[in-house]
Design a protein around this ligand. Sequence first.
Ligand code: PGA
Length: 227
Amino acid sequence: MKYFIANWKANKTYVEAADWTGQFLNQLNLNPQAINKLNNDQVKIIICPPLPFIIPLKEKFKNQKNVSFGSQDVSEFEKGTFTGEITAYTLSGLIEYSLIGHSERRKNFMETDIVLFNKNRLAKKYGYKTMYCFSNQNQILPKDADFLCFEPIEAISTGDGKGKNEKVENILKLKINMNLPTDTKFIYGGSVNEENINQYLNHQEIDGFLVGGASLDPLRFFKMIFF
Ligand code: PGA
């Protein structure tokens, strides 16, 4: 099973998100082989849109196996008097996955390892699979994260869709050095798109991809997954 995680970041209005979904589903319905890949557990798609879109988008994909939803972040607080926070408790029942520790959160919101470990703990407590991001080998990682997402800072695109892709051999070396438990999924991300994904796809050490810019276009994202 390969995982394709769409991280939409702070992009799209609801109208645009609904349009994305319509186009993606159209492609899927025209392509029985793609549907088979989902139904046979060859691929799994996890969409992390802005939170208000989760309920309506989930409804549109409700009949399709192996399309799930995740949050891009979760609160470090459990529940209660934390105005503006969206907690793991609040989201329980709505999502199955949560991204934690994306480098943009570490940088722009000063999220420290302590804060991120707390987020991971709460997300796990409320039953999500956590997709914990890191950008180099020196970062401390929680032992119980379900997915570890390696995204070198210089590989992440800053809106232009172009970052410096990490060499496959470096990714594989890092993965081997980490000596992960067999059930921890290892994900790579950073400017992965429909043109460069092939160099990463055939390595079984890489369980999937965290895709930002290229996931915003339904046709590009579809192509990455199914062609
Ligand atoms: P990118 O983003 O694919 O646009 O580089 C990936 C990410 O930041 O998760």
